[in-house]
Design a protein around this ligand. Structure first.
Ligand SMILES: [Zn+2]
Length: 405
């Protein structure tokens, strides 16, 4: 078992140790007799850093815990000179460690706040690269509960309470009223004691005074299978997140020439305007299609009692094409419309007034075979898309010839 130096001092960023094992499969890795590197466990992610000798420097890219209690340091590249028995110097990334301490200690404070205020226990903790989250065993969670827990947590942080590490036996621990008692694995338990606020068993790295957490900012809440997930950020992460929010909000406000607090109102107004304009546009397109259909019918002579309208438009979307076909076949009882558009997407719509004898679906399929496109429809209405616009007009003319008028 590796002697874990961080158990006693979370602020130990550099240490000396001896190499016990080197392995290469599947990745180069070292096991030491003692380490300050934290391996991923209990929701907290691993430390990174450097393991070095006088002649060699190895980057530690991941640290994991083996089942037998050894801490495995995964390396970016295999060691050249370092071998079992070598004396090494370990240096962990202090900024990353400090961030993890802030998030993890912040989590203890926050979990205790939810218990003290609303009797809502934490069932799991997740630490990500951007934010952290706890899952609460809670049937419900309101905005005001979230705000209250955030306020109490920040008060405890501001009071700068001592955070002590204590080692006790399982028997002793069971009498202390811990917030969380881990499953029976070890006889000795490591307790994290936030004075007069929270006592819990944990193997992670924590600050020594709550003030070092800096602050805690609660973010999104979300219903999950076993309760509610609360996202949060602490310390420098909270400041960085608030900075990012402010930048995004300022940019949005700039687009509206508004104050940042007026952005939601401005967005609401814009959405209402868009909705109204969309409705107006639909009505205008209907009117336009109807007028165009009427004009086309007027200029098309009847042949054998029917009007055949054949048109290829350079620029018209599928919806406008369909709309025009609908209007043509509804305004006149004897219309056959063979319409095409070259862009934005090469498209075809074939339609006939109800009661006319042709089969638009079959005619479109036949035309599509020539064009190499896909489409289909019913006897009275069919639509399809072609891969390119070049042969479109000729294909529509060909379809017109196929209709015996
Ligand atoms: Zn902890």
């Amino acid at each position: 078992m590796t002697d874990r130096l961080y158990y006693h001092d979370s602020f130990l960023y550099a240490f000396d140790a001896e190499v016990r094992e080197i392995s290469h499969d599947p990745r180069p890795a070292l096991v030491l007799d003692r380490t300050a590197f934290y391996p991923t466990s209990g929701g907290q992610v691993f430390d990174s850093g450097v393991i070095s000798t006088e002649n060699e420097q190895l980057k530690v890219v991941e640290v994991a815990e083996a089942e037998d209690g050894r801490v495995v340091h995964y390396l970016e590249a295999p060691p050249k000179e370092i071998k079992p028995g070598s004396k090494i110097h370990g240096q962990i990334d202090a900024i990353r460690r400090r961030d993890h301490m802030q998030q993890h200690s912040g989590q203890h404070v926050l979990s205790a706040a939810f218990v003290r205020l609303f009797n809502l226990p934490t069932v799991s903790f997740h630490m990500g690269d951007d934010y952290c989250s706890i899952d609460l065993d809670a049937p419900n969670l309101t905005r005001s509960q979230v705000e209250e827990a955030e306020r109490l947590s920040n008060e405890i942080i501001l009071e700068n309470r001592p955070v002590d590490i204590r080692f006790v036996s399982r028997d002793q621990a069971s009498k202390l009223g811990l917030r969380k008692l881990p499953p029976a694995e070890h006889d000795q338990l490591r307790l994290i004691d936030i004075r007069d606020f929270d006592l819990t068993a944990c193997g992670g790295t924590h600050v020594s005074q709550t003030g070092q957490v800096g602050c805690i900012l609660l973010r999104k809440i979300e219903k999950v299978r076993q309760g509610w997930r609360v996202e949060f950020v602490a310390g420098q992460r909270a400041v960085a997140t608030a900075r990012r929010d402010f930048t995004a909000l300022t940019e949005s406000a700039g687009l509206y020439s508004a104050h940042i607090y007026d952005v939601p109102q401005q967005v609401r107004k814009s959405l209402e305007e868009i909705r109204a304009l969309r409705k107006q546009r639909e009505e205008s397109l209907e009117d336009l299609a109807e007028a165009q259909a009427a004009a086309l019918l007027l200029e098309t002579p009847e042949h054998n009692g029917r009007k055949l309208i054949v048109r290829t438009f350079p620029d018209r979307d599928m919806n406008s094409l369909k709309l025009l076909a609908q209007k043509l076949t509804r305004l006149a009882p004897n219309a056959i419309a063979l319409l095409a558009a070259q862009s934005p997407q090469p498209a075809l719509v074939f339609a006939q007034s109800p009661g006319q004898p042709f089969d638009m679906g079959a005619l479109l399929k036949q035309t599509m075979q020539k064009l190499g496109g896909r489409g289909g429809g019913s006897k009275d209405f069919a639509q399809g898309g072609a891969p390119n616009a070049e042969a479109l007009a000729a294909a529509v003319d060909g379809a017109a010839h196929n209709i015996t008028m």
